[in-house]
Design a protein around this ligand. Structure first.
Ligand SMILES: [Zn+2]
Length: 84
């Protein structure tokens, strides 16, 4: 997704919800911001965080999706209920 935003007087930019969701960014998560010689600004999560709850603790990467142990257990419980 690509979108256009204006920079506020104080220099802040609100990242659109869809962009945050696609990037796995949650309120309170730290990000790294860098620039390139061509003027490109890159914002990346400082640490991998769970796609579903945003925690950075006990996370694993499975098929390019970051997920924590708790969310994995919740999903598995739903699968178990569905299969009964
Ligand atoms: Zn989680």
């Amino acid at each position: 997704m690509e979108t256009s935003k204006k920079i506020c007087k104080n220099g802040s930019i609100t990242l659109p919800k869809q962009i945050r969701a696609e990037a796995g960014m949650f309120p309170g998560n730290a990000v790294n911001i860098s620039t390139s010689a061509d003027g490109t600004v890159t914002i990346k999560p400082s640490a991998p965080c769970c796609r579903f709850c945003g925690t950075v603790e006990n996370v694993i990467v499975a098929d390019n999706v970051v997920i924590c142990r708790k969310c994995t257990e919740k999903l598995l419980a739903k699968v178990d209920v569905t299969n009964d």
